[in-house]
Design a protein around this ligand. Structure first.
Ligand code: FCB
Length: 618
């Protein structure tokens, strides 16, 4: 390949990978660690998918040398990880727990030894539970308490860590944690959420100053925001899109860059409109100068016009756009748009992409590989868009892939894999995915090669498509694998050419499987070039992390389990005949449709209730 075909990144561009403490560390009470809100939340039944927890996760507390070896294989120049606050201050206050600090000293030293720059996030969502018991982010004291923690971290690690991020995604904390309660601490109270917004910003400002003051060597400090690209699905929704933009972007960028909250927001979202919340001098604290802005970006959002009295709007998924396993849209033009916006809105402020990546239905083939071409495609598209942004004057200094390895994806548990390395959670084996090899080639060359899978975008509509583009038998196998476990997904794919209609897929399933035994399936899969590796049911299950405990769960009739690994594991574990498999699949598809109907009905009820509420208030 000639170097001319490559997209060269600026000299010194930092290539890294990111993780967060609760998502990877495990060891929830090792060496004096106190409980965090995520320990509490994940142990509360029904909060996390299949009640999974971060108790073990990737066991990185013990296995960090393996993680560093992975970083080396990725050619990463930097590693973004977070400190677990309750490891360092078990109750969130007072004298530090030296054993907790020692862990991070060891980690940092091991990184530096390999020439990898540590980029440390102080807060990636695992608040000490003791602080939540006193009000958490909804209480103003937290700003000072967080600054004390920042000073402890700066003093202990500042001789060897020079790049810091105060907070990760404060919008997710306030909105998902305090407003809609899908994340820890699971609060659903908009007054608390709006208070949290302001206190997070205040805490950021205080921590920035405290960290700089405490660090024995100069500290570069920034904050990471998950800024949105909110697009109107139809022209009538333009105003709604602006409203959402203010709630997610303006509410943080405004105070940080200009010392003000967006005027258009109501008291439900704007701290400035809540009496007594914003005090004199607060904006001065919040505007403590930062050295860079970290941006996490995954997908654009579309807002539909079906709002309640023109206020709320609904997030919509435009038909036919490709999505990841998270259901997040894939559109690299959005990251470009965001970068250019920041170039104009925050001139002179260096930017880093501190997270970007995608989840797919990854699996290990029989020869031990993870062929995640879809992730490569996503990466390629986003890196090309960022390259263009740099060419257009955006001061982007580095890129951190989310994530170094598969991990605990918050409320989604282990059902979503974002890693450049596959983690077999049963054995903790890490396997560099094909996307990891691709990323290493980019990092080492500091350049993006031409797209290998040219022409796939637009024809590839998700992970299953390679299989779907094949014979009906392959399609059926892919369905059995659960890659397109939901009927909605199958329907979406059926809408696009050249893929077969849902009926055709189902017909193929019927003819293929009704007459097959499990052995036939195994044989067919063994012969399959792309997914044949699933042939050996038992060991394939092993590879994907289905250990004894999981098998026991299956035996106990944990029917939803197959969502995680696909129908094939359900079948493996239960040893169904072909006919039974077909019945199970049919039931599953029907069940999906019922779920969809239930979700739609629930949404409708919500909108009706809101309308009634507004009518009453008006
Ligand atoms: C971001 C989080 C990160 C990870 C990715 C998928 O919002 O910061 O921890 O969960 O999403």
């Amino acid at each position: 390949m000639s170097t001319q075909d490559q997209l060269q990144f600026p000299d010194g561009f930092l290539w890294g990978a990111a993780t967060a403490a609760y998502q990877i560390e495990g060891a929830p009470d090792a060496d004096g660690k106190g409980p965090s809100i995520w320990d509490t939340f994940s142990h509360t039944p029904g909060k996390v998918w299949h009640s999974e927890t971060g108790d073990v996760a990737c066991d990185s507390y013990h296995r960090y040398p393996e993680d560093i070896a992975l970083l080396q294989r990725l050619g990463a120049g930097a590693y973004r990880f977070s400190l677990s606050w309750p490891r360092i201050q078990p109750d969130g206050r007072g004298a530090p727990n030296q054993k907790g600090l020692d862990h991070y000293r060891r980690l940092v030293d091991a990184l530096l030894e390999k020439g990898i720059t540590p980029v440390v996030t102080l807060y990636h969502w695992d608040l000490p539970q003791a602080l939540q018991d006193k009000g958490g982010w909804a209480s103003r004291d937290i700003a000072e308490i967080f600054a004390d923690f920042a000073a402890i971290a700066g003093e202990a690690l500042g001789d060897r860590v020079h790049r810091w991020i105060t907070l990760n995604e404060p919008w997710v904390v306030e909105c998902i944690g305090y407003r809609i309660g899908v994340h820890a601490p699971g609060v659903t109270d908009s007054a608390q959420a709006t208070a949290a917004t302001h206190h997070l910003l205040l805490a950021h400002g205080r921590a920035t100053a405290a960290l700089r003051a405490a660090s024995p060597s100069p500290a570069q400090v920034g904050i990471t925001l998950n800024l949105g690209v909110v697009r109107p699905a139809t022209p009538e929704a333009a105003d709604l899109a602006e409203e959402w933009d203010a709630r997610q972007n303006g509410v943080f960028l405004g105070p940080l860059l200009r010392g003000e909250y967006p005027g258009r927001l109501s008291a439900e979202y704007s701290p400035a409109k809540v009496p007594g919340l914003v005090r004199d001098g607060d904006f001065g604290v919040i505007r403590e100068p930062i050295d860079f802005l970290g941006v996490n970006f995954y997908a654009p959002n579309y807002v539909g016009p079906d709002g309640v009295d023109g206020v709320d709007g609904v997030m919509v998924q435009p038909d036919g756009m490709p999505v990841t396993a998270m259901g997040w849209l894939i559109d690299p033009s959005a990251i470009y748009e965001l970068m250019v916006r920041l170039r104009d809105e925050a001139p002179g402020l260096p930017l880093y992409i501190t997270e970007n990546g995608s989840a797919w239905y990854d699996y290990v083939t029989q020869d031990g590989a993870v062929n995640d071409y879809e992730r490569i495609d996503y990466l390629h598209g986003h890196l090309a868009a960022l390259h263009q942004a740099i060419a257009d004057g955006v001061d982007l200094r580095g890129y951190f892939a989310w994530s170094l390895m598969d991990n605990f994806e918050w409320a989604e548990g282990y059902s979503k894999r974002f890693g450049l390395a596959f983690v077999d959670f049963g054995t903790q084996r890490r396997i560099l995915k094909r996307s990891g090899e691709f990323y290493a080639s980019v990092a080492r060359a500091n350049a993006l090669p031409p797209r290998e899978l040219r022409g796939r975008r637009g024809t590839v509509r998700g992970v299953t498509l390679a299989a779907f583009n094949a014979s009906p038998e392959d399609e059926a196998i892919a369905v059995m694998l659960g890659c397109c476990a939901s009927r909605r997904f199958a329907r979406a794919m059926a809408a696009g050419r050249p893929y077969p209609s849902l009926d055709a897929v189902q017909a193929a399933i019927e003819t293929t499987f009704s007459s097959m035994t499990w052995d036939d399936v195994v044989e067919a899969m063994a012969a399959h070039p792309r997914i044949g590796a699933r042939a050996d049911g038992q060991s394939a299950a092993e590879q994907a992390g289905v250990g004894d405990a999981s098998r026991a769960a299956l035996a106990a009739g944990n029917a939803g389990y197959e969502q995680r690994f696909g129908h094939v594991f359900l079948i493996c574990a239960t040893g169904l005949s072909g006919e039974q498999m077909l019945a199970a699949l049919r039931a599953r598809l029907d069940n999906d449709e019922a779920t969809e109907r239930a979700v739609a009905a629930r949404e409708l009820r919500k909108i009706t209730a809101l309308r009634a509420e507004k009518a009453l208030a008006g």
